[in-house]
Ligand binder design. Structure first.
Ligand code: E9O
Length: 596
């Protein structure tokens, strides 16, 4: 699916702004059939939960309704007209006037409705969207619905970040010609010590001759091509490198004789990614990841995409010397990935499959663990939803040079019966959908090198480890020994690159101590330093992603004081002491392993 773009043949109307808003049950039956009876207005893009300072709205379980009117540009006769949601979390039904035009499941990938013929250029229509925030054992991410003492539904889930919901990304109405490009897939390679190969595959709504040119950053055409698939050669290509992004522009046209029927353009970064032995290679050179697991999370907006935070967060990544991040624990807004493309930040692109692990739930709640993979819990239907989510994610992000690896799930219970049966087909599917990028899943502490059943299926072993925090709390000496033994176990067994995909300690900004006292700023810095000493002793280590870039919102829990405080920055992006220590360690590495 191509991202909506204004081109010589396509026009674009942004539908962000203030939409009428109401909770299901307060609006009468069939709310889409007339103007919503509500005085509430919600900002789009934003999660709705924190907008209204009302517990009933924040904690609502089920459907909410959004509505606005849309005027169709009058010049769009003869055009195909498409409505596009960059995301609706977690499921949506879309109505144009009285007609249901789209339904979509999955909260972090885009979907569209073709409105051609249904709406007339120059007229206005009523756009109503029902958004469902419910998570069950067959959604990605999974969750569980229970009934509270008041008879109302309650939502629990197996991840700690708050279940923000709504229209957190942009909404668009756009036109394309009737005969149009429907997809472009680009892969790149480098041969003969510097010749870039850009292979392309086009899909069109109907057969049509196609041509394209590749233009460098100074505006020179460096290669041209024809047809629906082929390879462009770029002599002395300027490569896309971490910290030094370089983007060519691929301009694609389809024709009817001399007439240009449709035109689209795509940034292209020429680079290679590979795992070889115990190394992660970008452009054939060993790459060491420094950075964070992040969240889409800010006060008031929840997961609402915000360009000011986007710019600021990337400046802070740069300030700390981070060269990469993981889109924990769901695909981020496409604007974020494009920004990474333009600014040379490396991305590990993760699905929304977080919490496929009931041992973590048990560990944190004190409840006895339930089996994770069983007909009542994570089952074939969950797997089908997971597969569909992977298809949509890879379809959206396949052309981004910044994306160097797919992360199929966060902390699944890879030690349990059923894990391999569940994951093997999904990892295979990921490789089929994209044979060019390595694949990983992160392993939580319950999965040891002894009992884990997935590591041989992936390219990079990604570990989430909290020695000194959840285990051996406050005892960094014991933690150091446990961590080293743990990492050496994985290194010896698999002979693959290993990275730490999460390590961190909750820290209240402003709390200090001269002793090793958990929750203080000094403890967080000492905890990271201990981890780094161990990492530097493991030759197959290829990277470190601190958990988390910034403090973030969670559901209520006795170990959460106004959210998860493992941020190196506070939720409003002020540095804690550890931020300066990371800056010290990471600045100047430029993707090289510390000490190398
Ligand atoms: C996932 C991430 O989303 N990993 C968690 C992070 C955390 O801070 C969370 O925010 O809690 C850590 C998982 C640790 C599970 C260990 C439980 C141990 C109980 C003894």
């Amino acid at each position: 699916m191509l991202k909506p773009l204004a081109t010589a043949t396509r026009e674009l109307v942004n539908l962000d702004g203030l939409w009428l808003f109401g909770l299901d049950g307060t609006l009468g039956p069939e709310p889409w059939k007339s103007r919503l009876e509500t005085r509430l207005e919600a900002a789009v893009p934003a999660s709705y939960n924190d907008l209204f300072a009302e517990q009933k709205i924040r904690d609502h379980v089920g459907l909410v309704w959004y509505q606005r009117t849309v005027r169709v540009p009058r010049g769009w006769s003869d055009q195909r007209i498409v409505l596009r949601f960059d995301a609706a979390t977690h499921a949506a039904a879309v109505y144009v006037d009285d007609t249901l035009v789209a339904e979509h499941v999955g909260g972090y990938t885009p979907f569209e409705a073709d409105l051609t013929g249904l709406i007339a250029p120059g007229t206005e229509f009523r756009l109503t969207v029902a958004v469902d925030n419910r998570l069950t054992n067959i959604t990605i991410p999974p969750g569980k619905l229970t009934v509270g003492a008041d008879g109302q539904e309650r939502q629990t889930y197996f991840h700690d970040f708050y279940n923000y919901a709504g229209l957190a990304r942009s909404v668009w109405l756009y036109s394309t010609p009737r005969s149009h490009l429907t997809d472009i897939t680009v892969t790149t390679d480098v041969v003969d010590g510097g010749t870039g190969l850009v292979s392309y595959r086009l899909a069109t709504s109907e057969p049509a001759p196609a041509s394209m040119r590749l233009i460098d950053e100074t505006g020179n055409t460096v290669a041209t091509g024809e047809g629906h698939s082929g390879t462009l050669r770029v002599e002395d290509a300027v490569l896309w490198r971490p910290g030094a992004a370089y983007l060519y522009r691929l301009e694609v046209e389809i024709h009817d004789g001399w007439h240009v029927v449709d035109a689209y353009e795509l940034p292209v970064g020429i680079r290679t990614v590979a795992v070889q032995g115990e190394q992660f290679l970008i452009n054939g050179e060993p790459f060491y990841f420094t950075g964070f697991g992040k969240h889409e999370d800010t006060a008031i907006r929840g997961k609402g995409h915000d360009n000011a935070y986007l710019v600021h967060d990337f400046r802070l990544l740069d300030w700390t010397g981070a060269n990469s991040f993981r889109t924990s624990h769901y695909p981020y807004a496409e604007e974020v990935i494009e920004f990474a493309d333009r600014h040379g930040i490396v991305v590990i692109d993760e699905t929304a499959a977080v919490g496929l692990n009931l041992a973590v739930e048990a560990g944190l709640t004190g409840q006895p663990p339930r089996p994770t993979f069983s007909p009542e819990t994570i089952n074939d239907q969950t797997q089908a939803a997971h597969a569909q989510h992977l298809r949509e994610l890879i379809d959206r992000d396949k052309n981004h040079p910044s994306v160097v690896m797919w992360c199929v799930a966060n902390e699944p219970s890879s030690n349990e019966d059923g894990a391999r049966e569940y994951f093997e087909p999904l990892i295979k599917l990921t490789r089929e959908l994209d044979p060019t990028r390595p694949v990983t899943t992160t392993a939580v502490i319950f999965a040891t090198s002894e009992n884990d059943r997935l590591a041989d299926l992936v390219d990079v072993v990604s570990l989430n480890r909290y020695y000194g925090w959840y285990v051996a709390t406050g005892d960094l000496e014991t933690a150091e020994k446990l961590l080293e033994a743990d990492l050496r176990g994985w290194a010896a067994k698999h002979g693959k690159p290993i990275m730490m995909s999460e390590y961190g300690a909750d820290t209240i900004a402003g709390l200090h101590s001269v002793l090793d006292t958990p929750w203080t700023e000094e403890f967080q810095a000492g905890f990271l330093a201990m981890n780094h000493r161990v990492f530097d002793r493991i030759p197959s280590f290829v990277g470190e992603h601190v958990w988390n870039f910034a403090d973030f919102g969670t559901g209520p829990a006795i170990h959460r004081v106004d959210g998860n405080k493992k941020g190196i920055f506070t939720r409003d992006r002020r540095p804690k002491t550890a931020a300066f220590a990371l800056r010290e360690r990471w600045t100047g590495l430029h993707g090289r392993k510390p000490g190398s």
